[in-house]
Design a protein around this ligand. Structure first.
Ligand code: ATP
Ligand code: MG
Ligand code: MG
Ligand code: MG
Length: 569
């Protein structure tokens, strides 16, 4: 590719609204542009990376025996009603009507659609096991779209679904997928860990998440410092030995002066009945024209699975509560900032997602009523506070009984589930078994956040000049930067020759033939993160030399013109 004919849309300044480094660098390197909240256009430079990530994923999926399909983004409500998720899924599911008034949604995931397909296409146990995958756009109306493509509303996922006669066959495919995921993330050059996970709203039995370790991650992962135990914090908490959990009294000891309310009082405050309080509720603030909300969410839960904070606005809340400010929340709920509530029922209020500042209100319950407390935290310190209301904290013993726990931040880039018969039962997807009887299929599903992977790779590979792409997914592998090409015929000739030679060898080469100063070209190539740079100038050519620089190396090297091809290879 010639840079003069390619959109190099680099930006010098760090965009003000980009909080994490990957978002900043994707904008600065001209990879993506924002269309609206959580919606991004991929520019030519970014798309080259995305396509390389997709190619690696496709290759490993094909090698593992999965068949590629492509399902629609728009899905009819009937299928979701059949699975029961039309009611359960909540506000992340974007619903709409067609011109005939029929209900549809934009697919946040495709269990229903694939199960519907397979119940019609596969009739015999002899056709199983079978695994299908797609690389396709998903839509989730995320409550907190942020960090660019890391948590967007529209994103690309590789989702795969497997169908089986029995659990044993599911386990075998699950293990194959686990291994394929490890190969994929290794080939993508990521520092990752598979961790034991719970199955969230999808349901089912076994599950692992694949996390890229990065301080900007939104998930906490619990590791043992001695064994190879690794789980997401919610899972570690769910299986932590009961005896090791702080008792309500221990947690209560941290509460200076809790406000106590009866369920009746809280119902009155929140204008909800007691049953609704014990379910999950999120109250949304109005979005302003910049897509910002004053108040994001008020979550009431009957247990402490904090990952469910992403849960839904339950049906039946006629007029959501909205608050103008934190003071307003404190006044309405009677919370006292600066203290942490006991474990038990949690009320969390997350305010002002745009700033590096949020508020966290925690409500604990015991026989004599609710204890509402509140606290503020900085975004960066968020987990010190939330850790306080968890039962799993750093230095607790590890749930596997070996060593003590370390907690690190991770970005969830992949998730594999054993679904069992949850969807096949609901949608009546069965095959005829050996005895000629109907038998419900057993299912697994396997997701990778393709667009999120690109951001994660940048989180782990950057320096003060820009991106340091892992070679396998760099938009271009080699940049040729000719100096004074417009004037020097000799430089032009050498640059063109080398460009042809390297392309002929199958490399992705960017020839920076723009009429720009060398400093501008160098800065752009470094920001974009091209692994190899070859500079061609008259002075070097006088001595038969080119200048080579590896993006990860501190210094340049001089290489004889005749050696350059061997050197790169
Ligand atoms: P998260 O916990 O980050 O919200 P999830 O558990 O809801 O993700 P899954 O349903 O497991 O997501 O979907 C499979 C994969 O899709 C995730 O592992 C993640 O890599 C990716 N993904 C999910 N939501 C988003 C999003 N809003 N933007 C980009 N990628 C996403
Ligand atoms: Mg989610
Ligand atoms: Mg998750
Ligand atoms: Mg997940």
């Amino acid at each position: 590719m010639r840079a003069s004919q390619f959109l190099i849309a680099t930006i010098k300044e760090t965009p003000a609204d980009a909080e994490v480094i990957s978002h900043q660098l994707m904008l600065r390197a001209g990879m993506i542009r924002k269309l609206a909240t959580g919606l991004y256009t991929w520019l030519p430079m970014g798309l080259r990376v995305l396509r390389k990530v997709e190619a690696i994923i496709r290759e490993e999926m094909d090698n593992s025996g999965a068949m590629e399909v492509l399902m629609p983004v728009a899905q009819p409500a009937e299928l979701w009603q059949e699975s029961g998720r039309w009611e359960q899924y909540g506000a992340e599911l974007l619903r709409f009507n067609d011109r005939h008034g029929r209900d549809f949604c934009l697919g946040p995931t495709h269990e229903e659609v694939i199960t519907d397909l397979i119940r019609n296409e596969i009739k015999s146990y002899k056709q199983l096991p079978a695994t299908f995958y797609q690389v396709q756009t998903k839509f989730r109306d995320e409550i907190r779209p942020r960090f660019g493509v890391m948590r967007s509303r529209e994103f690309i996922m590789k989702d795969a679904y497997s169908f089986h006669n029995d659990q044993e066959s599911l386990q075998a495919t699950y293990d194959v997928m686990h291994a394929a995921y490890s190969r994929i993330f290794t080939r993508l050059g990521l520092d990752f860990r598979p961790v034991i996970a719970d199955t969230g709203s999808i349901g089912g039995s076994g599950s692992h998440e694949f996390h890229v370790l990065a301080s900007s991650g939104e998930d906490d992962i619990a590791f043992s410092d001695t064994s190879d135990y690794a789980a997401n914090v919610e899972m570690a908490e769910a299986i932590a030995p009961a005896g090791e959990r702080p008792t309500p009294n221990q947690t209560m000891a941290r509460v200076a002066t809790p406000n106590t309310h009866t369920i009746g009082e809280v119902s009155a405050l929140l204008k909800l009945n007691a049953e609704q309080i014990l379910k999950t509720l999120i109250v949304y603030g109005e979005e302003d024209e910049n897509g910002k909300q004053d108040l994001i969410a008020l979550v009431v839960r009957g247990d402490h699975q904090l990952n469910e904070i992403k849960a839904e606005k339950i049906a039946g809340v006629a007029s959501p509560l909205t608050f103008a400010s934190e003071e307003d929340i404190v006044a309405t709920l009677g919370c006292k900032p600066g203290s942490i509530g006991p474990a038990g029922l949690n009320i969390r209020v997350i305010a002002d997602r745009s700033a590096a500042h949020s508020s966290d209100f925690v409500c604990g319950a015991n026989e004599d009523g609710f204890h509402l407390t509140g606290s503020n935290w900085d975004r960066d310190a968020a987990f010190t506070e939330t850790a306080d209301i968890r039962n799993v904290v750093e230095g607790d013993p590890s749930p596997d009984g070996q060593g003590s726990l370390l907690i690190k931040r991770g970005i969830e880039v992949g998730h594999i589930f054993q679904l069992g018969t949850k969807y096949s039962e609901a949608l009546n997807a069965s095959v005829l078994n050996e005895n000629g009887k109907d038998q419900v299929m057993t299912m697994g599903c396997y997701g990778i956040g393709v667009t999120r992977v690109v951001a994660s790779a940048i989180e782990q590979n950057n320096d003060d000049k820009g991106i340091l792409w892992p070679a396998s997914i760099a938009p271009f592998e080699i940049a040729i930067v000719p100096l004074n090409m417009q004037k020097s015929e000799r430089v032009r000739e050498h640059a063109e020759n080398l460009y042809d030679t390297l392309r002929g060898l199958g490399y992705d080469v960017l020839l920076d033939d723009r009429n720009e100063r060398p400093g501008v070209k160098f800065a752009d190539m470094e920001l974009i993160g091209i692994p190899h740079r070859i500079v061609i100038g008259d002075r070097g050519l006088d001595n038969g030399m080119l200048e080579y620089k590896n993006r990860r190396a501190a210094d340049n090297e001089d290489i004889a013109i005749d050696d350059v091809v061997d050197f790169i290879q």
